[in-house]
Design a protein around this ligand. Structure first.
Ligand code: IPE
Ligand code: IPE
Ligand code: MG
Length: 240
């Protein structure tokens, strides 16, 4: 039985539209989105999910207007300060994936503080993907491999070699949820999602809650995972 959900990844999309629908500025949508983050972390804890990976800022989100980027950065800053002790108290181990070097030093320090504070926790593994791009991740893995192995690399480079250096590839997501109605990956963990079950919902991220989360889990539980094989070889034989 391969139906246990160890790892759920989420593309948290639709904050801007949620705000615009209400005649509000987009930044209020991002603020409202933080509440959903809190709700879904709590829901993951209650449902004993091992790992939750949340896409918070893509490497392409730098294409947004400066004002929106500035607001997003200050919301990240503010949220880490506000929630770090609660996350720690809940035994959550927080990690970040993505190129955080592009963030300013204040935010980078806060990120490191949160990682260090929670590093020995044994409950939920919570990963935030920030300034993250799937193509960056793959290029970064290849560069790290070459840097560390130097002339000792065995050619051809194998999938296993890349797996060893890619973020979270030892624990790929079982279920990907994308809110906000679009059906695309937007450069999110391109390699790691190779065999993930994909769930898309029109629900905008600030409206996403435990009920919507359970719908996604139910969808997952009703899928048949085959990984290129056959579920039941005898059923197949009777059909050839
Ligand atoms: C997702 O919501 C949050 C980030 C990308 C940071 P959006 O800001 O993309 O919201 P929409 O898609 O414009 O509604
Ligand atoms: C994906 O949402 C990135 C995050 C949710 C962080 P976007 O809103 O940036 O994706 P596109 O631009 O619609 O593909
Ligand atoms: Mg969007």
């Amino acid at each position: 039985m391969n139906k246990k959900i160890n790892h759920i990844s989420i593309i948290m999309d639709g904050n801007g539209r949620w705000a615009v629908e209400r005649g509000l500025v987009r930044s209020l949508g991002h603020r409202a989105g933080i509440k959903s983050v809190q709700t879904i972390i709590d829901a993951a804890l209650v449902r004993q999910i091992d790992t939750l990976t949340l896409f918070a800022f893509s490497s392409e989100n730098w294409n947004r207007p400066n004002d929106e980027i500035t607001i997003l950065m200050s919301l990240f800053n503010e949220s880490i300060t506000k929630y770090m002790h609660e996350l720690n108290k809940n035994n959550i181990k927080v990690e970040f994936i993505g190129d955080i070097e592009r963030f300013n030093s204040t935010l980078r320090e806060k990120i490191h503080k949160l990682i260090t504070l929670t590093q020995n926790n044994t409950g939920l593994n919570l990963n935030f993907a920030v300034n993250y791009g799937g193509k960056w991740d793959i290029a970064n893995a290849v560069n790290s491999l070459i840097r560390e192995k130097g002339h000792n690399i065995n050619y051809p480079i194998t999938e296993k070699d890349i797996d060893d250096y890619l973020t979270l590839s030892n624990n790929p997501p079982d279920l990907l949820i994308r809110t906000g109605g679009d059906h695309r990956l937007s450069n999110f963990m391109l390699w790691q999602h190779a065999y993930t079950e994909l769930y898309f919902t029109d629900c905008l991220w600030p409206n996403f809650n435990e009920v919507e989360f359970d719908k996604a889990i139910k969808y997952f539980l009703n899928t048949t995972r085959k990984f290129g094989g056959l579920v039941n070889i005898d059923d197949y034989k009777s059909n050839v």
